[in-house]
Design a protein around this ligand. Structure first.
Ligand code: NAD
Length: 288
């Protein structure tokens, strides 16, 4: 079985560098199946969220897998409707209940709008109570980070942001390094973007190593010290995506891929109206 390296976050919590993301996998048995397959293959890090509406299937897959809970690194996220102290307290309890677990390894502020400091206090309290081991944020740009950081007593352990060779977040990563905050990549494969996976620089490097373009992209990200959890519902792809620990990109290959950065992603958290858009996109209380 592939040995997946871990790194230590700024709060001392150890996290596997490679995991499995379940965004957009429906809760119709598909999430259960994919997470069981990922765990069977030896993946021990699962990334879900309240707003993915599949926490229950993730929890059941973990339970049925027979893998001891303490061997799995489980992340979920609090949705924007649940910010402010008491709403966040309830949101945390709901995630724990749906996941069928006593604790989450990592819990994130999914999108940074509204009463983030109030929600953060509830996350700090849950951490003290042993319900969450590590607390972090997501989608914080330098502007958003700088607007919130002085209001947060605990420095977040991670910032989960869009990251791949076409959008390398260089300014943000330099800022996160100053705070010793680890960057996690969402859309590590550009959500299957063919501009990325068919890019000639990447396919040439892939050919040189006898690897696929997706494997080269993920390897680049890991060598950049970014935590990744690509999503797939196809067993062969889940298998091949984790097969990235038996080769190393050279300095020159890393430089060639660094040069692909366009400085632009699919998602701009600083854009006006983002919070309103998110609130209209998902209602996590529709079935309350
Ligand atoms: P991704 O970059 O992991 O892309 C997934 C898609 O890439 C798949 O649907 C498939 O079409 C394609 N793919 C997968 N393996 C492939 C392969 N080997 N070859 C070719 N194509 C392949 O995108 P993602 O799912 O958005 O991101 C990963 C995870 O990040 C999510 O599942 C979720 O857990 C997390 N995420 C977080 C946020 C956030 O706001 N915090 C946003 C999006 C995603």
């Amino acid at each position: 079985m592939t040995t997946i390296p871990t790194i230590t976050l700024n709060d001392g919590v150890e996290i596997p560098m490679f995991g499995f993301g379940v965004y957009q996998i429906p809760a119709d048995g598909s999430t259960y199946k994919a997470v069981r397959e990922a765990l069977d293959l030896g993946i021990r890090h699962i990334d879900t969220a309240t707003a993915y509406f599949n926490e229950q299937e993730v929890g059941k897959a973990i339970h049925d897998s027979g893998v001891p809970r303490q061997d799995i690194f489980l992340t979920s996220k609090l949705w924007v409707q649940d910010y402010g102290f008491s709403a966040a307290e309830k949101g945390i309890e709901t995630s724990l209940r749906k996941l069928g677990t006593d604790y989450m390894d990592l819990y994130l502020i999914h999108h940074p709008y509204g009463d983030v400091p109030g929600a953060w206090k509830a996350m700090e309290a849950a951490k003290k109570a042993g319900k969450i081991r590590s607390i972090g944020v997501s989608n914080m740009t330098p502007t958003i980070w700088n607007s919130f950081i002085s209001q947060l007593e605990t420095v977040p352990s991670v910032n989960q942001v869009e990251f791949n060779p076409l959008y390398q977040q260089k300014e943000l990563r330099a800022l996160m390094a100053q705070y010793n905050v680890h960057v996690e990549a969402w859309a590590p494969l550009g959500q299957g973007n063919s501009d990325l996976l068919n890019c000639s620089v990447i396919t040439a490097i892939a050919a040189a190593h006898g690897k696929t373009a997706a494997q080269v992209v993920l390897r680049f990200e890991i060598q950049e010290n970014v935590i990744v959890f690509p999503k797939s519902t196809h067993l062969e792809r889940i298998k091949s995506n984790m097969d990235v620990f038996d080769f190393t990109l050279t300095d020159s290959e890393m430089e060639q891929i660094r040069a692909l950065d366009t400085g632009k992603g699919m998602w701009n958290p600083d854009a006006p109206g983002v919070a309103e858009f998110l609130l209209s996109a998902y209602d996590v209380h529709a079935n309350d």
